[in-house]
Design a protein around this ligand. Structure first.
Ligand code: ADP
Length: 197
């Protein structure tokens, strides 16, 4: 598949771009059930980072499925391909010097492991939003749990499709117990401890 392809490097390196932005690029990978708080937290982190003059960008599940991944559905294979492509995009954005925050259910361990491999483990911060399914279903901001219970959605994570608990996330947060502001602070503390901020 990669026959006849040669990797090219230009004159500007990742380190040059990081120096330009005065930051170290990395990817904060948020994973958890639908309504666990991924998008809310992702955009809150982005706002704090941006206000702090960090160049960052959110890759959000629904947004990516509108465009880049609009040809993918929710079967196991397509979910994996969805995550693989997102990881490749995150890697490119990290190479461009940006801090990336991804907001995807990413329910399978093997897909998150692949994402870590693609992005590079030193740049990959897996944050597991462990908010219980009972709480997520109570929130149900998009009415998706209701649709899944009614059978209008047939492969919904947590109902008909499994969510595999992360094995060794660098952080676990239950958003029923910690406010958005507290969660943002905890995530940024982890980045600081790892020399990324
Ligand atoms: P996901 O991206 O995981 O599907 P969303 O962020 O879209 O989840 O939805 C989470 C819902 O939970 C939102 O309506 C949000 O306002 C609410 N919520 C309540 N408390 C919190 C919290 N501490 N952190 C994140 N979301 C929260």
């Amino acid at each position: 598949m990669t026959d006849n392809i040669t990797k090219t490097q230009g004159f500007v390196f990742k380190e040059d771009r990081e120096q330009f932005f005065a930051q170290t690029a990395c990817t904060i990978w948020l994973t958890g059930l639908s309504a666990s708080g991924k998008s809310t937290l992702a955009y809150a982190i982005e706002k704090v980072l941006f206000d702090n003059k960090n160049m960052c960008y959110v890759l959000d599940g629904d947004n990516i499925r509108y465009g880049l991944n609009s040809n993918l559905k929710f079967g196991t294979e397509d979910r994996s391909e969805n995550i693989r492509r997102v990881a490749e995009v995150a890697k490119l954005m990290n190479d461009a010097g940006l801090i990336v925050i991804t907001s995807f259910i990413s329910p399978f361990n093997k897909d998150r492991e692949l994402a870590k491999e693609i992005i590079g483990k030193e740049n990959f911060f897996e944050v597991y939003l462990s908010t219980s399914i009972q709480e997520c279903e109570k929130r149900d901001p998009k009415g998706l749990y209701q649709k899944a219970r009614n059978g209008e959605i047939t492969d919904f994570t947590g109902i008909q499709s499994p969510y595999e608990t992360p094995i060794s996330p660098c952080l676990q947060l239950d958003t029923k117990l910690s406010s958005v502001e507290e969660s943002v602070a905890t995530v940024l503390e982890i980045l600081k401890l790892n020399g990324k901020l």
